[in-house]
Design a protein around this ligand. Structure first.
Ligand code: 6PG
Length: 236
């Protein structure tokens, strides 16, 4: 795909199809810069009118431990670009309480997931993810203990990446991999080398956490622009 715009349109089309298929439709949103355009598109015709918003339940794959109105909050970014502009019932917004400390927020969020899914492990219809230049995804960073977590769906972590808030809450690998569909959005030349290593290099998820995303029964979709994908040999 040529650029961010094309990746975002492709993601919006998939979002609409899944949203029309599943009732309720549970989606874990991603943070970072890449999904902003997708969220804007979803809040704009023709996509906005095609989504049965009353059935959509918005969650997050990871959150930074800052208040919900902080510019570093993933909830805040989704609110500004999407949630404030669509008729999504307030009760369908299941944010991570980033104003709490990571462990407390993780426990609270795990409780929220359990209430919604009726089971200790979530089964999202869609998990949206980005990938950092270092291969991290959600808040699963290289070398982190969270990559080995098998007993909890959500954990608190601490990891500095760029100038973003370091204390975070994240879904764990088994929680992500239980999803019906996981969709990565990856854009920009700074991701090219890492993306090639993730998709075509040896399997070393503790070095390249994005590799750990392998849905057990679901679909894995990579939406990649030309700049990020130019080192990949095979088509994805
Ligand atoms: C976050 C994210 C994180 C993000 C990557 C890619 O909270 O920061 O969920 O995993 O997706 O860092 O971010 P960009 O899209 O900005 O490159």
């Amino acid at each position: 795909m040529p650029d961010l715009e094309a990746v975002s349109w492709a993601a919006a089309e998939r979002f609409v199809r899944l949203g029309q298929t599943h009732s309720p439709f549970s989606v874990a949103l991603a943070g970072g810069a890449t999904p902003r355009r997708l969220y804007e598109l979803l809040a704009t015709p023709p996509f906005r009118e095609q989504i049965p918003w009353g059935r959509v339940h918005a969650f997050w794959g990871d959150e930074r431990c800052v208040p919900p109105d902080d510019p570093g909050s993933n909830y805040n970014m989704a609110r500004e670009t999407l949630l404030d502009h669509v008729p999504l019932p307030v009760g369908n917004i299941h944010r991570v309480r980033g104003e709490l400390d990571p462990e407390t927020a993780a426990r609270a969020y795990a409780g929220e997931l359990c209430d919604f899914f009726g089971a200790p492990w979530p089964t999202f219809d869609l998990v949206l993810l980005g990938m950092g230049d270092d291969g991290h995804t959600a808040a699963l960073f290289p070398g982190a203990d969270a990559l080995r977590e098998e007993s909890r769906p959500v954990v608190g972590v601490s990891a500095q990446y760029q100038d973003r808030p370091a204390r975070r809450v994240t879904l764990t690998p088994p929680a992500i991999n239980a999803a019906r569909q996981v969709m990565f959005l990856v854009v920009g030349a700074s991701k090219a080398e890492t993306l090639r290593a993730v998709l075509e290099g040896p399997f070393q998820p503790h070095v390249l956490p994005a590799q750990i995303v392998q849905p057990t029964d679901g679909h894995l979709v990579w939406l990649v622009d030309g700049a990020a994908g130019h080192q990949i040999q095979r088509r994805v």
